[in-house]
Design a protein around this ligand. Sequence first.
Ligand code: NAD
Length: 507
Amino acid sequence: MFEDLLQRLGLTDRNAGACGTSWIHAPGDDWLVAVNPATAEPLGQVAATPADAYERVIEDAQAAFLAWRNVPAPRRGEVIRRLGQALRECKRDLGLLVTLETGKIRAEGEGEVQEMIDMCDFAVGLSRQLYGLTIASERPEHRMMEQWHPLGPVGIITAFNFPVAVWSWNAALAAVCGDTMVWKPSPITPLTAVAVQHIANRVAAECDCPGVFNLCVGGTDPGERMIHDRRLPLISATGSCRLGTRVGEVVGRRLGRSLLELGGNNAIIVTPSANLDLALRATLFAAVGTAGQRCTSVRRLIVHESVAGELVDRLVAAYRTLPIGNPWEDGVLVGPLIHENAVVTMMRAIERAKEQGGDLIQGGKRLDRPGFFVEPALVRARPDMPVVGEETFAPILYVLTYRTLDEALALHNAVEQGLTSAIFTESLREAERFLSAEGSDCGIANVNIGTSGAEIGGAFGGEKASGGGREAGSDAWKAYMRRQTCTINRSDSLPLAQGIRFDATAP
Ligand code: NAD
């Protein structure tokens, strides 16, 4: 049905999954099958990267780094400008492939590619702004400065639910910072990764910079190889909190750097003064958009008891008319979950919520059709229910009520994760308190917009079990470079800092 699309993106039934300066085809490949979650039918196969292919990829990335680090940053920016242009040209096709492989609707699939383009634009500008500071020295005729150098080949591990955008958050920054990279995508979404690698390869060939963008498709292996590998000074890992714990431990043991973008358990607080129309629309997008499979999806709605009745009634009515269906069809807003296991996990979480005293007030059933479709669920819950503290990667929204803002903030911050958060209020005081040091403890805090759908210009990431990493905008680029503090003496004397005297004479 979509053969033409796959062909236009350079994909065949069976694709190599390892790429350094060229694609590596190994005999006896172990094949990963990409499945369309809306039909449960296979889309194509990609070879997992065996140990010897991994070695070749890393060697290519290392060798390319030696040249790439010396390319002036604005010229590196030109490569990323061309990458952005190539992505513009295939936005529809790549967006549709994202839809087919992840089940997210067309608008969101194309939105992901737009995010890649935005990241490229951002990085092009950044390539002329990798600023260091000049620092006043306490010593006469001395100058101090900070400069930023490329770090080395960077390991990028990504999750299934943003199969291309998260690569670009890392890749665009790493490339202008002078790093080469090795990408290990989710084994659930290998086709989009191969398609992106084809695009990156074309740009690298045009710009004569082979080995900057490299790929190692696979699961825990080659993932474990990467996190243990001292040749990768930075591992940027996006995924579950469990993944982050593992990456943090292993990379920490070798004193490498890790940049962790992990799970969330995000909440929206709705206060008595809130514009309920806005709160309703934002909650819907954040709760059921991407079928609840965003790290930024809202999982807890903390509503003031005076408005809870009205808001919940309106949510139930909206949930009842949600267009659920094939994500590539016009008008559909909710596609399938990613696989069978995700459906089972969602159903188990709903059962546990009921056992723990929750009340399923809407949805929560599997749809009787091929693929992995569910009805998004609304559950009236109590904060002490253990399941409310977990990130179930599915469209389950727990509704909690509160009386005072103190209570709402305590509930809000009571979970292990700290990714993103929002408050709906018309009260300046409430909004400012939410944004203050005693307010939301998350990496992202919004007022009168929902928890999901961040722009790339801000640094993206969360606190606590959400990992502490920051990617995309602001000064996130600094994670991809090494800082060097330099002191330059233009005098004939050698004064020491802190006034220390050390008058040894040379013979
Ligand atoms: P996951 O943790 O199962 O897998 C993520 C990636 O880690 C995959 O590529 C996987 O193969 C790899 N991996 C797993 N074990 C590994 C190991 N031992 N060594 C090396 N690599 C290993 O996550 P998922 O199910 O693909 O994605 C959903 C999760 O990701 C959710 O928790 C979601 O919140 C989170 N997520 C976070 C962000 C963010 O920016 N904070 C963005 C997207 C997704």
